[in-house]
Design a protein around this ligand. Structure first.
Ligand SMILES: [Zn+2]
Length: 279
């Protein structure tokens, strides 16, 4: 599932490609995504310019000139493809096709867990998507004090707390393991036991790992592709994720003695970490 770096990558690519394009035509071939797309919404969208692109958590928001916004979520397997040529070759699962004066945007989603909605820009924060959304990791208010205040009340492992989208949004399973590895903090510790100085390390590592991932176009493990169909490269820089039994890059742990990087399951999700380095 795309996490913050993948969604940020896709958003930036659309913004670069379409800019302030005018939407000339829109066809919706399948309305049954995670939620049903309302009938006739495309007629309200056509004729507007795109004025701004934002990423809110794992959502892409396109603000239109009529003060309404398009909200996308890529779900599990959703992909946005961009074409210069309006006579591009459409393939199976191309559910939404948006023609603009700068090119074509196509939403393809085999598993249809993605989402598409159209809401008044002023009401975005009141929608169910954003109402309970936690802070963005790049928000200046995301700091050690913020994290400490939230973590001190949580009796769950720190890895599970990092995945709680109502505290910090956009961090998914891959990056939670990578961030705790970078901060040298064991994922097994209770969030309530994390000291303020350690919260500071987590904040620094979060921005560092997410920025590196964005620079590398995100991580492609299964479905995620960039808008030109190419893959991200950050998976090649993962230190612990999916590396069970291997030696971690930062320590001299003896793989034969210690078994290398460990994989455990926390709250139903895999966690990868190094017992020697992460305390
Ligand atoms: Zn190690």
């Amino acid at each position: 599932m795309p996490e913050l770096p993948e969604v940020e990558t896709v958003k930036s690519e659309i913004a670069r490609f379409l800019g302030n394009a005018k939407i000339l035509d829109m066809k919706i071939y399948n309305r049954s995504l995670r939620e049903k797309i309302s009938e006739g919404v495309e007629t309200k969208i056509v004729g507007n310019d795109i004025v701004k692109y934002e990423r809110c958590g794992k959502y892409i928001v396109m603000n239109l000139s009529n003060n309404y916004s398009i909200v996308w979520h890529l779900g599990m397997s959703g992909r946005i493809k961009l074409y210069q040529d309006k006579n591009f070759e459409s393939v199976k699962h191309d559910h939404i096709i948006m023609q603009t004066d700068k090119g074509v945007l196509v939403y393809n989603d085999p598993r249809r867990f993605g989402m598409f909605d159209y809401v008044k820009t002023d009401n975005l924060n009141k929608t169910k998507y954003f109402q309970k959304m936690g802070i963005d990791p790049f928000d200046k208010n995301f700091d050690a004090d913020f994290l400490f205040a939230h973590f001190s009340k949580k009796k769950v492992p720190v890895k599970v707390a990092l995945l709680d989208q109502s505290i910090v949004n956009g961090i998914g399973n891959i990056y939670a393991s990578e961030i705790l590895y970078d901060a040298k903090i064991s994922p097994l510790r209770s969030a309530s036991d994390i000291k303020i100085g350690e919260c500071e390390k987590i904040v620094v590592s979060t921005r560092k790992i997410l920025n590196k991932a964005i620079e590398n176009g995100g991580s492609t493990l299964r479905d995620y592709h960039k808008t030109d169909g190419s893959v991200g490269h950050f998976q090649n820089l993962h230190c612990v994720y999916n590396k069970t039994g291997q030696k971690c890059p930062k320590c001299k742990c003896d793989v034969l003695n210690g078994g290398g990087i460990k994989k455990i399951v926390q709250a139903g999700r895999s966690t990868f970490y190094c017992e020697t380095l992460q305390k």
